[in-house]
Design a protein around this ligand. Structure first.
Ligand SMILES: [Fe+2]
Length: 602
């Protein structure tokens, strides 16, 4: 059976294809359209998926949309009307969004793909999250927790999943918390209050929280109240997201926490205002963690299950995930590589396969590499036409050569195989660098990422030696497979891992099994032979404000206009230093020599 899953029209649109119960491919629209967080109908992603799977639309048995758009429309309409007349300004915006695209999804899919309307199915938004978390994990039975901003009505669900002995699959969502009561909305409200972009910059709040103290927990608890049964309610007087498209927090919220941050003002952590922002972030972070740990702990006691599968955008919060693992009583916590709405494309397709069509259980390969593969010949051609020196190396010489470059302090753009599904670079589209000196972090922030100093970079370490450098509780390595947990760097290594250790001594480490990304694993070992520490700084291969690179040419363009020293695509290597040495007095291509000089200076 051939099923196409689609998520669209909120943020991070994506498509995925499942054939005979196993994913064949999945990609976010932004990786192809090159518009960050592209929320449009994912026509590029769909076309690529169908082409990659060698399918025509007529071959599909079903097309599954990741939420029930009519229910979502009902929620928008109901909450807007309930808030009238306060909501009258947001009403046209909400109606435009929902009527324009979301409600008529079936018609859009039918006309864009030419598939009969009878083949188009819809799943519940949180069922898609639940399926993406449970059915991509190796767990046979597991408790399921989903949490996000909002889907149709649900914002958090708890339930169970079971792969039965007879091959059938059950996913049962037992209870839900409904809009407007939402951990994701609370976090996004603070994201907006702190001057960051909602649905995009929530992880900046988590990074900032490490610099603050949770001194405002009592204030946060006035805005969100946990009930005796573990559920929670937001106090509506502090929020406006339910009634306003323009602002998510109310003037009461400002009275409580003080003036919001101007997005254009840099955060000065040495000033009292800067510390207040950090304390705000730390306080909301702590309250959200506490509620999640409490809900997960109750779910553990209720189900008696050893494994938890956690999905939804809130599952991107690695600090909360680590606390759930440590405190809720589960042996293992699984977070998929794409827990947010993009991952719902795959979740919806798997849900339809197992639950709607009752197809037999299949193991889903345990890796995140479902996107387009890099074509090294494209890199070689682009570099050659641009007058750059190219080296074609064998597998082992490439690894040794790149380890030499990294040990010499150079920054490497690393493209290997199929790109990741989800927001993290997990070894196939990464910028790699030495993890030792905080100056490297500053150089990456300044020359490539152009981002705030308080945001940490992450390390990657081979699984065999991870525990030597990082304090990994039982189960932590599994959570760290997809960089889904934040764990302490062992104190004796913090100074020598200064570029990847956050201010609180933690790191969002990726623990890499050899079979998941063998070339990167070999590189870590080769780097370890040179420096004594087989750890690298690993950040997503993109420049400020752009999606992660997909194709070789995008990687090459990024390499040429920022401070990356060496670019690797497959076993092809391009090196600014070699080009500069070969033609020291001649500029090549359309770029000025400034970027070459800047990048080789470090
Ligand atoms: Fe969601």
């Amino acid at each position: 059976m051939k099923i196409l899953g689609i998520s669209a029209h909120y943020h991070d649109s994506a498509a995925a294809v499942v054939v005979d119960g196993v994913p064949v491919c999945a990609v976010q629209e932004e990786r192809l359209s090159r518009t960050k967080n592209d929320a449009g109908f994912p026509i590029n992603a769909i076309e690529w998926c169908l082409e990659h799977a060698a399918l025509a639309p007529a071959d599909l048995d079903a097309v599954v949309f990741y939420e029930r758009s009519m229910l979502k429309f009902e929620r928008v309409l109901t909450s807007t009307l309930c808030a009238f007349p306060r909501s009258w300004r947001s009403f046209p915006h909400a109606i435009k969004n929902t009527l324009g695209e979301k409600v008529w999804v079936r018609g859009i899919i039918a006309s864009q793909l030419g598939v009969p309307r009878s083949k188009i199915l819809f799943t519940d938004h949180h069922a898609s999250h639940a399926a993406a978390a449970f059915l991509t994990s190796p767990a046979r039975r597991a408790a399921i927790l989903t949490a996000d901003g909002v889907g149709e009505w649900a914002t958090l669900t708890v339930g169970t999943g079971e792969r039965r002995a007879d091959g059938r699959t059950d996913i049962t969502l037992l209870r839900e918390i409904r809009f407007p009561h939402s951990l994701g909305m609370l976090y996004s409200t603070l994201t907006a209050y702190l001057g960051f972009k909602v649905n995009e910059d929530e992880y900046k709040v988590m990074g900032l929280a490490a610099y603050g103290k949770p001194t405002m927990i009592d204030k946060v608890q006035r805005t969100i109240r946990q009930q005796a049964d573990g559920s929670f309610t937001l106090a509506p007087e502090y929020f406006e997201f339910q009634t306003s498209a323009a602002r998510s927090y109310s003037s009461r919220f400002i009275d409580l926490f003080g003036p919001p941050r101007d997005p254009y003002e840099p955060i000065d952590l040495d000033s009292s205002e800067g510390r207040r922002y950090a304390d705000c972030a730390a306080s909301v972070q702590r309250v959200v963690e506490d509620i999640l740990v409490d809900i997960a702990g109750r779910l553990r006691r209720e189900t008696g299950l050893a494994d938890l599968c956690f999905g939804g955008g809130v599952a991107l919060n690695g600090v909360a995930n680590a606390r759930i693992l440590a405190e809720a009583g589960f042996d293992r916590v699984f977070v998929p590589s794409a827990p947010g709405d993009a991952g719902c494309a795959l979740g919806a397709a798997l849900y339809a396969d197992r639950i709607y069509f009752h197809n037999p259980d299949r193991n889903v390969p345990d890796h995140p590499f479902w996107g387009p593969a890099v074509d090294a010949s494209h890199l070689a051609r682009a570099a050659r036409e641009d007058g750059q020196a190219i080296e074609e190396l064998g597998e082992a010489p490439l690894v040794e050569r790149v380890a030499d470059e990294l040990a010499a302090g150079r920054i490497v753009g690393w493209m290997d195989g199929a790109c990741e599904f989800g927001p993290r670079a997990l070894g196939h589209r990464s910028i790699l660098a030495a993890p030792h000196d905080p100056a490297m972090r500053d150089r990456l922030n300044r020359d490539i990422k152009r981002r705030e100093e308080f945001r940490p970079f992450a390390p990657v370490v081979p699984s065999e030696v991870a525990d030597r450098y990082f304090d990994l509780a039982p189960g932590a390595a599994r959570l760290a497979r997809y960089m889904s947990g934040v764990f302490p760097v062992r104190p004796e290594w913090r100074e020598r891992l200064g570029a990847v250790t956050h201010v609180d001594g933690s790191a969002r480490v990726q623990v890499l099994e050899r079979d998941m990304a063998p070339r990167l694993h070999a590189l870590l070992e080769a780097y370890g032979r040179r420096t004594g520490i087989p750890v690298l700084l690993n950040t997503s291969f993109n420049v400020a404000g752009e999606p992660i690179v997909t194709q070789a040419l995008e990687g090459y363009m990024a390499y040429r206009r920022c401070g990356i020293d060496v670019l690797v695509g497959g076993t092809t290597l391009v090196n600014k230093r070699a080009t500069a040495a070969a033609a020291p007095h001649k500029e090549s291509g359309a770029w000025s020599s400034n970027s070459v000089a800047a990048s080789t200076a470090g």
